[in-house]
Structures are given as C-alpha cells and as structure tokens.
Design a protein around this ligand. Sequence first.
Ligand code: BTN
Length: 329
Amino acid sequence: MPTPEHVILRELIAHEPGWVSGSSLAAKLGVSRVAIWQHMEKMRAAGFGFEAQRARGYRLVRRPPALHTALIETQLKVRPKHFSLLVLDEIDSTNDEAARQLAAGRPAPFAVLARRQTRGRGRFGRTWHSEANGNLYASFAFRPRVEPGRMQTFTLWMGVNLCELLANFAHVAPGLKWPNDILFNGRKAGGMLTEARVDADQIRDLVFGLGLNVNSSATDWPGELARRAVSLAEVTGEPLDLNRLAAALVGRVLLAYETFATGEHVARFADLWHRYDLLRGKSVALLEGGRRHHGVVMGVDDQGALLLRDAGHTHRFRAGEVTLEKPGA
Ligand code: BTN
C-alpha cells in the first residue's frame, strides 16, 4: 500500500532533475499543499534534500545515504505478489531475523535489510563485520519446496546473478571464489550465507543472506580485515547510491529465485559460472572436515560441487574452504 511518502518520491524521481508542483502532488494524494509541505519536512529529517520554488514546486536534490524503505520500494522494478520488505536500523543478524519471521508465518518471499548487525554471521560460524558504514546486510526468505540437494547450486546461482548485477550497476569486474565469495583483485567484497530448514526430504524454508561492502573504506575495518576486504566504492573510486543498489539487488534476487525454482537456470548456469569463476585452472588447497586436499580446479559440476584434479584423478567436494597455493609452493 503506497504511503504519501511513496507517492511523493515516485513523482519526484520520475521527473528528476525537473520540478513537480506542490498542487499536482496535493491533487494526487487528495490532501492540501500544506500537508505536502509537512510530508516534505518529515522526509528532510530523514536525509532527503528538496529545492522548493514558489512558481515551480519541488525537486529532489539529495537522497539519504542510509537505507530508506520507501526509497527502495519506489525504485523496485519487479514486485511479486505478497513480497514485503523489512528495513531495520539494527538487528542481531538479518539471516536470524528472516528465520524468525518465517517461523512466525510471514508470507514469503520477503527481504530483511539492516543498517547494522550486532551478530552478523559468516560461514563456519565466523563473524561478519557489520557496522553502519554504508554497506548492505540483506537476507531473502523463500519457501521453495525443493530437495535439500539443490541448495548448493542455489548459492552459486545467486553468486553469478550478483556478479552480473554488480557488473551492470557499477561497471566493475567481480569474480567468484567457490562457493560463496565475491572478490575484486583478490579482495573480498561480498559473502553469501544460505541457510535452510529441512522437513524429511524437502526444504521447508530457505534464507539467502548477503553481506556486500558498498561504501565503507579500509579504515572502517579492523586490522587484518582491512587487508583482505574491499568495497565497491573503493573499486569504482566513488560512493554508490545504496538505496538504488538495494532496489536493484532485491529485483535481481527475486528474479534469480524464480529462474531457479522453475529450473530455467540450468541452461545458463555453467556458462555464467565459468565467466565469473576465479579458481578454474588454479592450484588450490581445500580444507574439508579437518583434512587438506590439493589439486587444480577444473570448475564445478551441475550440483555445484568443486572439481579438483590431483594425480590424474578428479575429486568432487560439496563443501570446504579453498585457498590459492602460491605457484611453485
Ligand atoms: C561468508 O562470507 O562467510 C558469508 C557472509 C554472509 C554475511 C551476511 S550479512 C547478511 C546476512 N546476515 C548474516 O548474519 N550473515 C549474512
């Protein structure tokens, strides 16, 4: 249900950088011009900047740098039935909040975004550093009714979709490190964490979490992380519009989910993975359940398992952590 804020933003964005008269906004909303002015004041307090001229009306001159629900929703290009978006100031973990909302019966799909996480989690129970520094912490919840075996390909499929999105949105060249890292020049900009609850042989519900470094800078990260992490803004050399990116992300993830659920992704997955795969042909070590394996990466199979070639044999791994071996090591 669009609020007055949605309607005002939709009109201003549609006419950007032009003007929209106060009377046309008032007519659209069926309220007085004074009421419009009051809405604009409220939006100013949330970080929007408007220029106002008696003869011409209003125009949008500044958008808030932090996540803003109505601004994201106004910029959504696709919006499936029942989809809802939750934007929180602070939460323990958006993945945990999405799981709680699913358990409470919230209709899926929905997305939970937070400006800051107090207990952001990564793979292997690691901490995902989640300050309110202009980055994205997002989780998407689905009730897919597919067998659990398809989860691995789900994360990889989301990964290639995110790379395509970032390449188009920010004109950058991301790469994927199996199974869930998005990298630029060897530094990590994003991580994915897919978690599911399984009933007998079907997935009951699934949460896809993404942490993406967007506008933070190296000085925002503690010690060692500052050397391994990178943000999109550092790659492009300029800050990105976080709300526009969030809207594009929501649209892309929902679309990618649809193609996955219908199985249409199968025909495109291998090609796309190949395009963004950073490991193919590289000598790596893979740590899996306390054992270290070595080999050359041959790609992934159609179940998303990593293929490692060692001494003439190809071995497949469904899980594990990969590190690149130094040439000649
Ligand atoms: C990894 O690289 O190990 C995965 C990191 C996933 C982090 C995201 S941030 C949003 C969502 N909420 C969490 O607690 N984790 C994921």
